[in-house]
Design a protein around this ligand. Sequence first.
Ligand code: PHE
Length: 439
Amino acid sequence: QQPEELIIMGKKYKTDLQTNVTPGILSLVGRDLYKDPNHPVGILRKIVEDQFEEPEYTKFDDFEPVVSTYENFDVLGFPKDHPGRSVHDSYYINNNYLLRTHTSAHEHKCFERCDSPGYLIAGDVYRRDEIDRTHYPVFHQMEGARHWDRSCYRSEQDMLASMEAEVAQLSKTTQGDVVVKDVGHDPVKNPTQPFMTEQETDLVAKHLKRTLEKVVASIFNAAKAAAKAAAKAAGSKEEYLNEPLKVRWVEAYFPWTSPSWEIEVWWKGEWLECLGCGVVRELVFENSEKKNTIGWAFGLGLDRLAMLLFDIPDIRLFWTLDPRFKNQFHSGQISLFKPYSRYPGTKRDISFWLPRGKDGETLPLNANDLMEIVRENSGDLAESVKLIDEFVHPKTGRKSQCYRVNYQSMDRSLTNDEVNALHQKSLKELVERFRIQLR
Ligand code: PHE
């Protein structure tokens, strides 16, 4: 049962039927891993931040994570039926407020209020998701944007010349360091916008791409240095570490940018998706009281990248208070994680028949809803939850599902009794909340 009101960061919010945020999630608000200079997430943030200079870019890191649905979705032009809005995918405080699902929720305010042409934001973001080694309901993003106000220049030609000079400057910084493959964009599926001239679009896109190539190069060059040091210590040779970094631009879709792209980096034998970006839509500028303005924006998730660069096998480690983890990392350095021990896992199944509606139809159980109950009852002790079996009974037509939970602590051994108690609690709650029938 939800309390009538929730207090988050000192502010009161009335709950309602839309409320689905849990005490466990709220307890993570304010942990601010991205502000810790000696935490992998904080270290990576600093590397990215150093690529953006003040006063050209204003830097923010304390926007509160509670935002309105207007800020998180509407102002950015999310369609009414976009899946991100669903209570299955996001944590709602109530009908009007949620925990931001991305730092893009602050774009319009920054465009509106920022005096500088660029800004950079770091913050924690929240999404309901699966439970496994690479997913956690809280993670961290950085958002950046740069805009040009046409009315600040004597003429359009002046603005274009100035942009061109900036692009030339940026191109110099990564020359020889990265090999770039650019697909351009599909004029129909990923079109330019009519409020911008072709030249403007071209220069905004180039400025965006050269800036982000520099960001990606700075991250992966630091990672290469760490991997080289580790290879040397182990006496092995990793030839790929001496080659220039390979990156490619692929097309993407975001409701508030067009054209949109993602940048991928060739790393340890595969293309790795690093960030999303694009040319900001006119709608966002209009909603931010910025007339006559053009620009770009990007968003980058820190946690997945930090896992790869620091060689961290399980995302839950970011949240542990164990000094054996925390003491390994130091500001300004990418170093590979040295595992201190691995505790055994214990598996338990949740095997059940789904309930049926009035007309005998099967009522589905949303996987994220099930995950949430396991998470709330066992916290970080649930390492993964996987759907392992699903079938329909040939005679009765009833549908059965089986999820397997692996309980495993990062810091200690779990007892059977402890695991049984956690599991029983989740089973009981699942039966009560979703009227499933355990098998
Ligand atoms: N907010 C997007 C995400 O979470 C990333 C993004 C930011 C894309 C800004 C375009 C512009 O995936």
